[in-house]
Each structure stands twice: as structure tokens, then as C-alpha cells.
Design a protein around this ligand. Sequence first.
Ligand SMILES: C[S@@+](CC[C@H](N)C(=O)[O-])C[C@H]1O[C@@H](n2cnc3c(N)ncnc32)[C@H](O)[C@@H]1O
Length: 275
Amino acid sequence: MNRRNGTAAEDDRVLKARHRAMWALGDYPALAREIIPTLGATLVRSCEVEAGDRVLDVATGSGNAAVPAALAGGEVVACDLTPELLDAGREQAARHNVKIEWRVADAEALPFAEGEFDVVMSCVGVMFAPHHRAAADELVRVCRPGGTIGLLNWTPEGFVGQMFAAMQPYLAPPPPGVRPPPLWGDEEHVRSLLGGLVQDLTMRRDIARVDLFDTPEAFRDYFKSHYGPTIAAYRGIADQPERVAALDRDLAELARRHDRDGVWEWEYLLVIARR
Ligand SMILES: C[S@@+](CC[C@H](N)C(=O)[O-])C[C@H]1O[C@@H](n2cnc3c(N)ncnc32)[C@H](O)[C@@H]1O
């Protein structure tokens, strides 16, 4: 390895360690259970997982999609950067009495052979790997020819995409080459990543309805205590009370704009492709 490659690899290691620590903050497993429990099953249905399929759930978190895939009869491998979330996934699998293989893995360098899986899927997961080209190439590589690649991604214009836009001014600029996660919810961007590598690329937007919060402030405070990226944004400005107050206002205002009598509609893009 030459010196330049060595430095890039070290920078990537540091970046991934930061991401891993960020996703372990708060209580993501509770959030997945309380706010988006149906999305994993939606993705599994859309991928048409059948008994005996070998399924890889990339950036599985606590198994939001892996568990329904196993309940559908798939032989599931669930991988994620963050070991703490896999521990929660193991408990979830035990509660549902399903067997899943759990692996710590970076979506940009999957420890699996070419064409190992019938279905490769990710529910609001792989979109958070910072280098989109590398992650897309890996999804395709480990899927067998004729197999299915299924992704469910928050859109840039939808509520979660707008939440990331609202937090962005309060974050340190990302390292060069790192792309914003909600781009994975943009049809053109997905086509540019997967279009030349797959057949039958279909995409449609849909809505997750969230009614857990009585007020915009309740939404904000829940995310401040449960969601790693939001907790990390606040930690970065903790010594600047005016900026903390401004982010408080911005997140509540965002939630107020999207509040429809206590229901929030969170838009996502469902992507299904055949390798
Ligand atoms: C919003 S959570 C989604 C988790 C799960 N798929 C779900 O539906 O609840 C994003 C996940 O991406 C994982 N992640 C972030 N960067 C990753 C990377 N480079 N490789 C693998 N997983 C990654 C995080 O650890 C986290 O579990």
C-alpha cells in the first residue's frame, strides 16, 4: 500500500468509527420499533422473499427488515456497522423465534462472495454509508444474477430528508467525497448508481404515517434523546447555547410545517431491481 492509499484507508477507518459511535447513541432500536415497525415488512413484501431464499439485509440496525424476512422463510444474514444494534436485533429475533446470522460489516466492503444472495435489501440503511458508489457496487456484487435488490430510502423532499437539511447548518462539513444520505431517495441519483448494473429498475414513492407525537416539540425531544444523528448534532454545538436554541426552534418548526392534526407523513422511495 502506498502512503496516499494508507492515509485514505486510515481516514475511512476514523470516519466509520465515528459513524459507528453515532448510531450507538440514544436508543435506535426503540425508535425503529415505535416509529417505523412496518417499513421492514413492506420492503420484504416488495422483494417477494420466499421460503429458502438466501437474503442479505444490509445496515440492518436491530433487524427491522431481517426479522420479517426470516418470518417469511428466508435464510437471513443481517449485517451492520454498529455491533450494539446487532445485539438488539438478536433479542428481537429471539422474541420472534427466528434464526438469523448477525455480522458486523461495512456496507462499502461487504465480507461476502460475489453472487452469494438471492435477495439483497436495505431499509433506510445503506443510504447512510458515506460513499454511495462503493455501497451500490457492493449491493450488486453480492447479489446473484437474476436476484433481487430492494431498497427503501428517505427522500430529500420528505420529512426525514428535510430533517437532515435542517440539521446540516449545525454540523461540521463532511470529509471530501461523502454524499448526503437522502440523495439515495432521489430517482436520478439511484439511476446513476444502479442503472448500468441492473435490469428492471423500478422506483415508486410512498408514505409512512407517523402519529406517535402529540406536539412538534414532542417529536423534536424524542429525536434529541433517541436518534444518533440528532444527538450528535446537538453534542457538536453543546457549548453554544444560542445555536442549541436555534436548532431546537428549527426542528420544532419543521415538525409544525408537516403536522396534519397529529399525523406526520414521511415520504420514502422504494427501489426494486433485478441483477
Ligand atoms: C436508520 S438506521 C436503519 C436500520 C434498519 N435497517 C431499520 O430499518 O431500522 C441506519 C443504519 O445504518 C447503519 N450504517 C451506517 N453506516 C453504515 C455502513 N457504512 N455500513 C453498514 N451499516 C451502516 C447504522 O449502524 C444503522 O443501523
